[in-house]
Design a protein around this ligand. Structure first.
Ligand SMILES: [Zn+2]
Length: 168
């Protein structure tokens, strides 16, 4: 799921603006240097003339812009993405398990299928192929995505709070 489609909660943590996330990802891929002009509060990339951050509203006269995204902030984005990925994958596997067990229940529950191996195997294969994919997509892509994002945000808020305390 792309950053644009994401639900963005107003939970007091200004990380990560879409532009900051895009910059960190490009930096991670080696396409951009970790250099530029960034908001001194939320590290959103700024234009050379910006006097206030378009994302968090911090004025550069109050908190000077910085030239580099601090390493801990980059680590926070990696941690957020890894939490999300783990939960989405776990839920996708759960969907697959549901299809495997559900398919077995269907094949064993229908007397005709129980007595005929070939039709039973065909039905089971279809349920696995179609159901496994659909359930993995729905459970992983929808519920997993939501839960993963919420869990990752919660951790991020804690890390952001600690970072603010450290930054002073
Ligand atoms: Zn900002």
């Amino acid at each position: 799921m792309s950053a644009e489609q994401r639900y963005r909660p107003d939970d007091g943590c200004p990380l990560f603006s879409e532009r900051l996330e895009a910059h960190i990802l490009a930096y991670t891929r080696g396409e951009l240097p970790n250099r530029g002009r960034f908001c001194g509060h939320c590290y959103t990339p700024l234009g050379p003339e910006s006097v206030a951050c378009p994302h968090c509203g911090t004025e550069m006269s109050a908190r000077a812009a910085v030239e580099q995204i601090p390493e801990p902030v980059i680590v926070m984005l990696r941690a957020q993405r890894s939490t999300e990925r783990t939960i989405v994958n776990t839920f996708a596997y759960l969907g697959l398990v549901v299809a495997i067990l559900g398919g077995l229940a269907v094949v064993l529950g229908v007397p005709y299928l129980r007595a005929h191996l070939l039709p039973a195997a065909t039905v089971y294969a279809l349920i696995l192929l179609v159901g496994g994919r659909v359930l993995a997509g729905v459970i992983g892509g929808y519920y997993g995505d939501r839960l993963g994002y919420e869990r990752a945000r919660r951790r991020l808020r804690t890390q952001w709070g600690a970072w603010l305390a450290e930054r002073g």
